[in-house]
Design a protein around this ligand. Structure first.
Ligand code: PLP
Length: 414
């Protein structure tokens, strides 16, 4: 791009931005299986207006913006109460799940170095744990060992994890739930192992943190995963996923203030400008994201989160039942929350070819690599697509059978 000679007025810029979006998939129609969370226009308006009210404020600057310190404190308090944290727990507002995970690995690493002298640290995690753990390990000099899950339920294999521990292991991970299959790892067993071996246990509730407590209250079976489980040291939970907040919002929570103050804090003095202290990877932080998350919590309230949870679980029930009626398809079991995987139950039917056919009808399909399948991560707005999705899926299966097609799409599934 070339900088225009003279700046453009907003109407022209707006038109160009809208034009730039033309080729995008339509999330409004629920045609995307990932990347967004939407309830209705009233919530979207609250997200945007609150963001705008703090659009240029910087939440690095607590002296300048005590408002943001207060709003962030409120959001963290809510996260801690939702996860049944002890009175002494602490939390941090971050830019997203990956940053929360990065901070968990860094804090655990520094805790283990300070308290046990471990200087070649490793983490042992189920293979289903989010790539952010390996990415954090790569940046932080922590060897992240991925251990295959049990074959029958895709959950962390605790015995296999235990067999990979050594004197340099600082921590374990369990997901609540994991992204590939939407199942909860056995956090109680992982907590017991962590306690027995003096390890850090991070629970990645980026997907489930702001959804599963409400789904549980609706009567669905949700395994225990929060701070009530002995041995859980830290939890990540994303406001910008099922917390329904604008993007750039997650929480990293730790069981005690001491862990945050001693091992998460970056406390720096060695330059001319004086002390610089921060608990996050980011320096400048968008105040808008904090204000927007705070506003969404207040707009939805308990009733709103219960409604979102109900819509998601109802949509899932309808979709799973409908998919079960399409010959050749099956939904992978178990699936405990907002994620499920559809696979081919017929050797003559290639699920990748079904995904390709869905793509030709404007659906952005989440492609599961192992086992090959169609990955769906539901949010409330998928309510509007259930009928059309099932009709198109039945059509796509027929297409794939007729052509005997092999899958065309390759490469990244993100
Ligand atoms: C279980 C889980 N953890 C962490 C993340 C990373 O979150 P983010 O994309 O906000 O960095 C995701 C994202 O999908 C996830 O599903």
């Amino acid at each position: 791009m070339k900088l225009p000679e003279k700046g453009l007025a907003w109407p022209e810029i707006e038109a160009r931005l809208q034009d730039a979006k033309k080729g995008d998939f339509s999330w409004r129609d629920g045609r995307m299986a990932l990347y967004y969370y939407y309830l209705d226009d009233a919530l979207a308006e609250v997200q945007k207006r609150a963001y705008e009210a703090f659009w240029t404020e910087n939440s690095l600057g607590k002296r300048a913006f005590p408002s943001l310190a207060k709003l962030e404190g409120d959001v963290v308090d809510f996260g801690l109460s939702l996860t049944n944290a002890p009175a002494d727990a602490a939390g941090t507002f971050t830019s997203g799940g990956s940053e929360s995970i990065f901070l968990a690995v860094q804090t655990a690493r520094d805790w283990a170095r300070a308290t046990k002298g471990i200087d070649r640290p490793n983490f042992v995690v189920p293979r289903t744990a989010h790539p952010a753990f390996t990415r954090a390990g790569h940046a932080l000099g922590v060897d992240v060992r991925r251990v295959p899950t049990t074959r029958n339920d895709f959950k962390a294999d605790v015995a296999a994890i235990a067999s990979k521990l050594d004197d340099n292991t600082v921590g374990l991970v369990g997901s609540a739930p994991c992204y590939p299959f939407g199942v909860f790892d056995p956090i109680r067993e992982l907590g017991a192992l962590a306690q027995a071996r003096g390890l850090w246990l991070h629970v990645d509730a980026c997907v489930g943190g702001f959804l599963s407590p409400f789904v549980k209250r609706l009567g669905h079976a949700i395994p225990d995963w929060d701070f009530t489980v002995p041995g859980v040291t830290s939890i990540s939970a994303d406001l910008h996923k099922h917390g329904m907040a604008a993007k750039g919002a997650s929480l990293m929570m730790v069981r005690s203030k001491e862990l945050k103050e001693k091992h998460q804090l970056f406390d720096f003095h060695d330059w001319e400008r004086g002390p610089y202290v921060s608990y996050t990877m980011q320096g400048t932080r968008p105040g808008g994201a904090v204000a927007s998350a705070w506003a969404v919590l207040h707009h939805l309230g308990d009733e709103g989160y219960m409604r979102c949870a109900g819509m998601i679980m109802d949509n899932k029930k309808a979709l799973v039942a409908g998919i079960g009626r399409i010959p050749g398809l099956a939904v992978l079991e178990p699936s405990e929350l907002s994620i499920f995987v559809t696979r081919s139950a017929d050797p003559g039917l290639d699920i990748g070819a079904v995904s390709d056919a869905m793509g030709t009808r404007g659906w952005l399909i989440g492609r599961q690599a192992e086992p090959a399948g169609i990955h769906m991560h539901l949010n409330p707005s998928h309510e509007r697509m259930v009928g059309e999705y099932l009709t198109d899926l039945a059509w796509a299966v027929a297409q794939a059978r007729q052509s005997g097609a092999r899958p065309q799409a390759t490469g990244s599934t993100y």
